[in-house]
Design a protein around this ligand. Structure first.
Ligand code: NAD
Length: 487
């Protein structure tokens, strides 16, 4: 696959440039090459996409849910047939190693299959009524037009997680691509067209957040804004929607600062393996990455040795056998190095990495980085860094480990490694997060698994799973009275 030299918008099933021809560079994180010019969208392109979506939404919503699902089933088949093409797009856009790019395609196809099935399980309830000759039922009702605003870290999975359930629920969707990963959503549009999706039901616009995202969020034709990205932008989007004349539903899937707790009865080898995977897969650019490793004092040194031995073996690069790719941009690489240097200036110690990988320059590769001795209230302990950087902390015992786990404003995922069912159950009860993993990694999701966070990690919605239908549909309660005497 060759990445196109120009990345357009996708509206009404055709590629469109920006009015006036404005564009910006797309660079590949592997080698800093400019691989394409990207259409720079703004209010005009958003308005075009929304008109197309609003025009198509009605007929699409009236198609039976199983028929909508059947189109997603065809999309799954096409995704599998085009695995190589989509993995190549993801790799050029993010630089991630091939196995991780291919895994995104496979998981997106699996999600389409699950959502196809949801079309035949589009259940409501029948409710009893205390009033004679009255029946009550609930129905899932489409919302209309959905705005889906994307992060950069998993461009295909990101689009799939929002678009498949939104379509299944009978909505038209306008995607705002992330400006650093623009083409995936266009290729996805072509795939949906080939799967039989009616014209206009899916569009993608390119551009920056303020230029293309903000007009989309503010437009009264948008009934649900589904956003995945940073907490700061999520809060801004919530505010923008609050200022509209007519409110919209807002689904926020935000950042994480996920704890990985290693107790004194843990299998230290397993814990070390999974701590490495949690911290460094996708170069740590995962909302669920394990960025705080909290280890009981009595096993700290033994765990640290096992962990650092494995960190030294992480293969950095984007090849078939590599584990940890580049970060998304030069700006991100510079920011991360600055944050590590700042932590060191405040008393932290770098025990692995901490520098760009010179042999892979000008690609944006940061050596897998481990910090030690960082204060719990230091900014690198509190802020999501979104890169291959993790910190080690000591805990005197279980209660302190739980306190540390809960000591940030985030609450997305958390892992505990222990042989004790009592510790595991207490951690499940006491960790404030949306996902708890026992003797596993901090990440892990599946098409049927609801995923999302609490506190600054989200606003209560879950994607995907059946729960994601609650983002993209409204419950309508129907009350029917009848009169047996009037038969
Ligand atoms: P970001 O907030 O910088 O950008 C996300 C999107 O918002 C982009 O498309 C951007 O253009 C858009 N945007 C920016 N300003 C906007 C505005 N004023 N109006 C409308 N849209 C605007 O986030 P990012 O750095 O691209 O993504 C990484 C973040 O995403 C991390 O915090 C990560 O944890 C989070 N994330 C969360 C999940 C989850 O499921 N909880 C999954 C993946 C990523």
């Amino acid at each position: 696959m060759t990445y196109p030299s120009f990345v357009p918008h996708w509206v009404a099933d055709v590629e469109v440039p920006s009015s006036g021809g404005a564009s910006f560079d797309k660079r590949c994180p592997i080698d800093d090459r400019v691989v394409a010019q990207v259409a720079r969208g703004g209010a005009a392109e958003v308005a075009h996409a929304l008109s197309s979506a609003a025009g198509a939404a009605g007929a699409w919503s009236r198609l039976p849910a199983p028929s909508r699902g059947a189109i997603l089933g065809r999309a799954a088949t096409l995704l599998r047939e085009r695995e190589h093409e989509f993995a190549a797009i993801v790799q050029v856009e993010t630089g991630k190693p091939w196995k991780n790019a291919a895994a995104e395609v496979a998981s997106s196809a699996d999600l389409a299959v699950f959502m196809e099935g949801e079309g035949s399980r589009f259940y409501g309830k029948t409710l009893p009524s205390p009033i004679l000759h009255r029946s009550v039922q609930t129905l899932r009702s489409p919302i209309g037009v959905c705005a889906a605003i994307m992060p950069f870290n998993s461009p295909l999975a990101g689009v799939a997680w929002k678009v498949f359930p939104a379509l299944l629920c009978g909505n038209a969707v306008v995607v705002k691509s992330h400006e650093l990963t623009p083409y995936t959503a266009v290729a996805f549009g072509r795939l949906l067209k080939d799967a039989g999706l009616p014209v206009g039901v899916y569009s993608a616009v390119q551009g920056t957040g303020p230029d293309a995202g903000a007009p989309l969020v503010r437009d009264h034709r948008v009934g649900v804004v589904s956003f995945t990205g940073s907490t700061a932008t999520g809060k801004l989007i919530q505010q923008m929607v609050s200022q509209r004349a007519v409110l919209a539903k807002v689904c926020l899937e935000l950042g994480g600062k996920n704890p990985f707790v290693v107790c004194d009865d843990a299998d230290l080898e397993l814990a070390a393996d999974l701590a490495v995977a949690s911290a460094f897969i996708d170069a740590g650019q995962r909302c669920a990455s394990g960025s705080r490793i909290i280890v009981f004092d009595s096993v700290y040194d033994a765990f640290r040795d096992a962990f650092l031995q494995r960190v030294a073996k992480v293969r950095v690069g984007s090849g078939a056998d590599d584990d940890c790719g580049p970060v998304i941009s030069r700006a991100s690489l510079d920011r991360l190095i600055g944050q590590v240097d700042g932590a060191v200036a405040r008393g932290g110690r770098v025990v692995a990495g901490g520098r760009a990988v010179a042999a892979l320059a000008p690609g944006y590769y940061l050596a897998p980085t481990v910090l030690e001795g960082v204060a719990v209230d230091d900014e690198v302990s509190q802020q999501e860094l979104f890169g291959p950087v993790t910190c080690l902390y000591r805990a005197g015992g279980f209660d302190q480990a739980v306190r540390l786990a809960n000591s940030t404003h985030y609450g997305l995922t958390g892992a505990i490694h222990t042989a004790s069912v009592h510790r595991a159950q207490e951690f499940i009860a006491r960790y404030h997060g949306g996902l708890v993993s026992v003797n596993g990694a901090t990440f892990g999701s599946g098409p049927h698994m609801p995923f999302g966070g609490v506190k600054n990690s989200g606003n209560g919605f879950r994607e995907p799973g059946t729960e994601s239908l609650d983002v993209y549909s409204e419950w309508k309660t129907v009350v029917i009275n009848h009169h047996p005497g009037r038969i």
